[in-house]
Design a binder for this molecule. Structure first.
Ligand SMILES: [Zn+2]
Length: 250
């Protein structure tokens, strides 16, 4: 049985002129003997992540396991902050990511090198229950070795989809933005749907959106409220800021 807290809520969007925001979900799972992070965010998230860990009474050294859905920078680079943790990533993902030359993509080349060489990094295969009650399942497309995680240790199951299904729009449309293989992505989303519908009450935690449940009609409904925005200095003083609301409401 795990207690699950969403430390950082993923956001379904990208900048107009500045590329991906990289605002991805970070989840904290705690059992009697494990403290697990599912994805660890990007550099910009270090301060809010530090604050959230503190608020939940977790010191970085308490984290026993860091579980990565895939190698992209916005999910992976902060593994270095949890030096006591075993780091879990898909074998195929790490083999693929470390074979890529530097490129204009979201792979953090030097962090991928570190993942490939550090002895505390463990490579996970699809179908493996690598932590008690947590099974990795291959969900290729977004990246060739993307994994989703099926947690069956709780009364109702939980699915962590990472970027195999980043947000509600991708789940509903079965089409994805930013995939290495569109057909594989669609097949992965169908597999996620099958798993989601298999047990009523299953919670889905995506890489870049609020958590979701299925309503009685089988439609995804959000759990909780979206909180997102930007504070900008468009004026002449540091005190006078403009708040740009990104919570999806007027
Ligand atoms: Zn990604």
């Amino acid at each position: 049985m795990y207690r699950i807290d969403i430390l950082i809520q993923g956001f379904p969007g990208k900048a107009v002129c500045h590329g991906g925001l990289g605002w991805s979900t970070i989840a904290l799972l705690r059992s009697a003997d494990r403290t697990i992070l599912v994805d660890v965010g990007s550099f910009g998230m270090r301060k809010p992540l530090e604050k959230q860990l503190k608020a939940h009474g977790v010191a970085p050294g308490d984290v026993t396991d860091v579980v990565l859905t895939h190698a992209h920078y916005d999910h992976s680079v902060n593994f270095v902050l949890f030096d006591k943790a075993t780091v879990w990533i898909g074998r195929e993902e790490l083999d693929w990511a470390s074979a890529q030359p530097p490129g204009f993509n979201p792979l953090p080349e030097l962090y991928v090198d570190a993942l490939a060489s550090e002895s505390r990094v463990r490579r996970v295969a699809s179908g493996e229950e690598f932590l008690p009650g947590i099974t990795a399942i291959a969900a290729p497309g977004h990246t060739p070795g993307s994994l989703i995680f099926h947690l069956t240790a709780n009364e109702t199951p939980v699915i962590f989809t990472g970027d195999a299904a980043k947000n509600r729009a991708e789940l509903l449309s079965r089409a994805v933005d930013a995939s290495e293989d569109d057909a594989a992505s669609t097949a992965s989303i169908e597999a996620i749907w099958a798993l989601w519908k298999a047990v009523p009450g299953t919670l889905l935690i995506p890489g870049h959106d609020l958590s979701m449940l299925l309503d009685e009609a089988g439609r995804p409904v959000y759990v909780g409220e979206r909180e997102a925005g930007i504070r900008a200095w468009f004026s002449e003083t540091l005190e006078d800021t403009s708040l740009i609301n990104l919570n999806g409401k007027a």
